[in-house]
Write a protein that binds this ligand. Sequence first.
Ligand code: HEC
Ligand code: HEC
Length: 302
Amino acid sequence: MRYLLLMILPILNLFSEPITPLPLDIKTNPAKVALGKALFFDPILSLDGTVSCASCHNLLEGGDDAKVFSTGIKNQKGTINAPTVLNAVFNFSQFWDGRARDLKSQVEEPIVNPVEMGNNFENVIKTLKDSHYRETFDKLYHDGISKENITDAIAEFEKTLITPDSPFDNYLRGDKEAITQMQKEGYELFKEKGCIACHHGRNVGGNMYNKFGLLISIKDDNLGRFNVTKDENDKQIFKVPSLRNVAKTAPYFHNGSVSDLRKAVYFMAKHQVGRPISEEEVDKIVSFLEALTGKPPKSLNE
Ligand code: HEC
Ligand code: HEC
């Protein structure tokens, strides 16, 4: 299936742009968004009250934590790089191995993960019932505070974490001056070099799985999608990440092994497409990727 797609895509591209602009808005329930936002920034969800979602997903700085691996409660280190939550709503599944089908089912994991927030829902619900949140939940949900409703509110807030006004989106919507000549050349190279085969669609990724090290295999302890499917063919297969805001999400890859964007592009050219690439071409592609940086989501100022 993957390979079939690689063959068909270039043909489809003749008819339309392989990357489409993001919708400017997504319909959400404002009251639930406000609740979800408060919870996202509140360490009350963690066992010892020290870590919030925002500790690892800094929404003003790319939506991740700028670390190789994240730090959870009691200074514990994780084992996989934190992806951005910006535009995550547009990904076809959540997590590097796609084990959560949507934002709502994703929320559960960090709260109970022993090295992240280390809590359990019985305790979370009890703590929230003794707090000012009780009234808000009772107003918004007929059954008040529950796992279902906590995850629902946070997911509702996450739907607002979109960055549809990047220079490249404005360019795709018709403003031909929105990006520089160098960025235009970078976009052409991004297509010519074959990056587009995996990083396409409105999220410039986030809509398929592929092998990390497709052409040159990479030594890695993380089995990726295999953990979910137990299919031998899925070893070292990961979700192709969105490249939106990628200039702000170093370090790169699920193992955080590459510290800057130039190196990440060079690495991809070598390991994913197996094509030689010059310094100048790397610079142009990086310049194009910088045009994918949007303004911070509007909901952060509301
Ligand atoms: C201790 C750091 C930490 C905390 C706290 C944390 N996360 Fe994450 N988050 C991560 C890491 C690491 C991953 C990647 C895990 C994986 O793929 O296996 C991740 C993945 C995600 C993803 C998937 C994005 C994608 O594109 O696949 C979303 C969405 C997300 N987190 C939202 C949240 C929310 C909401 C909270 C609070 C309830 C939260 N995170 C708390 C570190 C953290
Ligand atoms: C065959 C599919 C495929 C092709 C072609 C491909 N990529 Fe990727 N790309 C991936 C996958 C899969 C990952 C995630 C790898 C991982 O960390 O496990 C990734 C990750 C990245 C990242 C890091 C993103 C992050 O948040 O960590 C960048 C940057 C990137 N690719 C750019 C490019 C560029 C530029 C090209 C063209 C030279 C390219 N890719 C070609 C599949 C592909």
